[in-house]
Design a protein. Structure first.
Length: 234
């Protein structure tokens, strides 16, 4: 069961722990740190499930859940995280439409088990909907089943190595990948490739997905380390 999970958690260390746990389970994840960004990401990415902290800045978790249930995506499953164990807070979250909740502190294993249960119950993330396996980031949609890439809705022709690089990076937006890591993900598609050849793949991808390849806003260089794909649409 592979799902795209939106994680809205203002504690960056906690958010990273959740992200890594999701990746270990075979899911993809997009992480945001405030309620406004959560609503924007939910509208753009249509994730299979939202992990939603109640104590978010800008718009709190109650507000995010209220907007989601009010029309942004009324069917999207929501697992709420709260440090407020008061019964009224839990009941309000459930009344607003949360599918489950966990009170902090919790174990990552318990959270993953709750997510599996909610996904199974809702039919999300398990092939029930067309496009469940599509990975989305920075206005890109990478479909591993159809081997298709779209950028802002327009089709993009990619070589097998370019496709694998985009699929890998879109699965972990904002993560910095070294050339060696990107080279490894192209093995079997580009056997003669070297680490320097990764730079050529990146240059070619920028020509295809950037408004101005000389000033990239999606596929960024992290000097001295490698490259990353931004997690938000430019």
């Amino acid at each position: 069961m592979c799902a795209h999970v939106l994680v809205a958690e203002d504690d960056e260390k906690q958010a990273e722990l959740i992200r890594r746990s999701l990746l270990a389970e075979g899911h993809t994840a997009t992480v945001v740190h405030d309620g406004g960004a959560a609503l924007d990401a939910a509208r753009r990415l249509r994730p299979d499930l939202v992990v939603l902290d109640l104590m978010l800045p800008v718009v709190d978790g109650f507000g995010v859940c209220r907007v989601l249930r009010g029309g942004t995506d009324p069917e999207i499953p929501v697992v709420m995280l709260t440090a407020r164990a008061a019964e009224d807070d839990v009941l309000l979250g459930l009344e607003l439409g949360a599918d489950d909740y966990l009170t902090k502190p919790y174990s990552p294993r318990e959270l993953m088990a709750r997510i599996r249960t909610v996904l199974r119950r809702s039919g999300h993330g398990g092939g029930a909907r067309d496009g469940d396996l599509v990975v989305r980031a920075a206005g890109l949609a990478v479909d591993p089943e159809r081997h298709e890439v779209r950028c802002d809705g327009a089709p993009v022709e990619c070589t097998p190595a370019e496709f694998q690089i985009l699929l890998t990076m879109a699965g972990e937006p904002d993560r910095v990948f070294t050339r060696r890591q990107l080279l490894h993900c192209t093995r079997g598609f580009d056997r003669a490739s070297t680490e320097r050849a990764v730079d050529v793949h990146i240059m070619n991808l920028r020509r295809k997905i950037e408004p101005d390849p000389r000033r990239p806003v999606r596929l960024l260089t992290v000097f001295g380390v490698g490259y990353k794909l931004t997690g938000t649409r430019p």
